[in-house]
Write a protein that binds this ligand. Sequence first.
Ligand code: NAD
Ligand code: UD1
Length: 345
Amino acid sequence: MTMSVLLTGGAGYIGSHAALALLQSGFRVCVIDNLTNGSTEALRRVQEIAGKELHWVEGDVRDGHLLRRLLIQHGIEAVLHFAGLKSVGQSVLDPLTYYDNNIGGTLQLCQAMSEAGVHKLVFSSSATVYGDPATIPVVESCPTSSPENPYGQTKLMAERMLSDLARADARWRIAVLRYFNPAGAHASGLIGEDPREIPNNLLPYVSQVATGRLKAVQIFGNDYPTPDGTGIRDYIHVVDLVEGHVSALKRLKNQSGLDVWNLGAGRGYSVLEVIKAFERVSGKSVDFNYAPRRSGDIAQCWADPSKAWRELGWKAQRGLEEMLGDAWRWQSANPNGYRDDELTI
Ligand code: NAD
Ligand code: UD1
């Protein structure tokens, strides 16, 4: 029988790609999003690409009544919890809003799921919980460390809350997915990352320099102990990333308790390598200049994703150039993101 799933934050970057992958894999999809950083146009396009409909509700995950109603009315069997705020810098300026949304939201969701008798959950965590990892590539057993910023704290605290929950009640089956650096877009160029503000993350920034919307990339530090002095990260294609969610969801049927998987490609690229590859793929030049290191950044980090391969049968299939090519197709076709077509559906 078709399984119904609820996606919190499904109108955002990763959630919209997940909604598409799930529809294409035969799941029934219900989305709740408060649209603080999501778009109804993304959901319209997801349905267009899939040729299938999803159900969507504008609402907040901190609204327990609404969640309970959705879970029960739609016969939801599992939840993928993407909803949250994700700007590191903003979290330092406004920590309470971050704790409220990310911790309060996760708490309300778990309570509503418990009351509705839904115990399967996939949680969007981040490699930020490893802090500056002692060994690279990073394995899941690598100790987590107290992140320096409230955003990172909320991910670690939410992981701990979920782990306590799974230990206290054997009915819970929870997949914690630690994302490395999601990038790229669906190959159609119809959906992609659409930050509301000036982007904080490298790839959206580079794309917007290539379209001429922003002037030049500031490379945060060229004196790191890396081959070219710039920071190294594990960029993972968003379509690979969401396929990892489909695999995790299928595995939850046979899982008990909580388990953790890294979702990364398993190799790192430096900021300079990314900019050069982007120029090759897009045929555009990307101006950059060197700036001081960004506070809280680490020199290098990439995943050992072999646990996900062994246990979920998942690994990243798409390389850097495909990722950048897809990011560019999306950005060049939609220089203003979804704004030009935003409608209520
Ligand atoms: P996003 O901002 O594009 O999507 C998040 C969505 O959640 C948005 O559509 C927003 O409107 C919605 N939302 C926020 N607060 C909500 C609330 N209280 N109730 C209902 N909806 C709410 O971000 P994304 O990049 O798609 O990230 C999804 C998840 O993955 C987040 O939890 C994020 O912290 C995590 N994550 C992202 C990255 C990354 O680089 N993008 C890396 C690691 C982890
Ligand atoms: C950042 C967050 C992390 C979060 C992740 C996804 C910080 C310290 N970490 O990771 O908590 O989970 O995003 O949202 O913010 N860079 C530049 N110029 C730019 C932007 C980035 O040189 O304009 C460099 C960074 O120094 C880094 C690399 O590019 O070396 C990737 O940066 P970014 O995309 O922001 O990701 P992370 O810092 O890895």
